[in-house]
Write a protein of this length. Structure first.
Length: 186
């Protein structure tokens, strides 16, 4: 049995409304098969600093084979510097590696209706990709396949401009399955 922890903020929770969710992990499980167990460890509203504080408790102690790390959306909303976000993510990636857990670095999806927040997302995603390459860890681009040519989140994937629709969360699962886990199963 391969254990995966899906770790992050409301995009990991699969936020749709205060009363509904559609976590990408639920869509990912059937794509990966019966020999995979996925634990959901998302907390809405968290920054990467918040995530870092619970990383040991919810990831390291769980001892999964993989941890999918998706964070940075809320940091950008709060105006936190890209360098600080990257440092927090790096600490999580490195803690996972030291515990023999494979971290999966994820580019954060775009958004719709707030174009000023797209350039910081692109910058953060570029840095996440660079760090993933440097550390030789898997990287999932959740931005490009869910965005239009202008970098905006595609309307069919947009719940409220920030959170995704069930179709959007399903697309995230497909991206992870095809770009990260499919190549590891072959």
């Amino acid at each position: 049995m391969t254990k995966i922890v899906a770790f992050g903020d409301s995009l990991t929770v699969g936020y749709l409304s205060p009363f509904e969710s559609a976590p990408y992990a639920l869509f990912l499980k059937p794509l990966l098969g019966p020999e995979v167990e996925i634990a959901l460890a998302g907390v809405s509203g968290e920054t990467t600093a918040d995530m870092l504080r619970r990383f040991d408790r919810q990831v390291i102690r769980a001892a999964p084979r993989y941890v999918i790390v998706l964070g940075g959306t809320n940091d950008i909303g709060w105006g936190i510097a890209t360098d600080e976000i990257v440092q927090n993510l790096l600490q999580m990636y490195q803690a996972a590696l030291q515990a023999a857990i494979i971290p999966v670095a994820c580019a954060i999806p775009s958004l719709l209706g707030a174009d000023d927040f797209i350039p910081p997302r692109l910058d953060l995603n570029r840095r996440i990709g660079q760090e993933a390459a440097r550390l030789k860890i898997p990287f999932a681009d959740l931005f490009t396949p869910t965005a239009d040519a202008g970098g905006r989140l595609l309307e069919r994937y947009s719940q409220d401009g920030l959170h995704l629709t069930p179709e959007g969360y399903h697309q995230m699962a497909r991206i992870l399955s095809e770009s990260v886990f499919k190549m590891r199963r072959d």
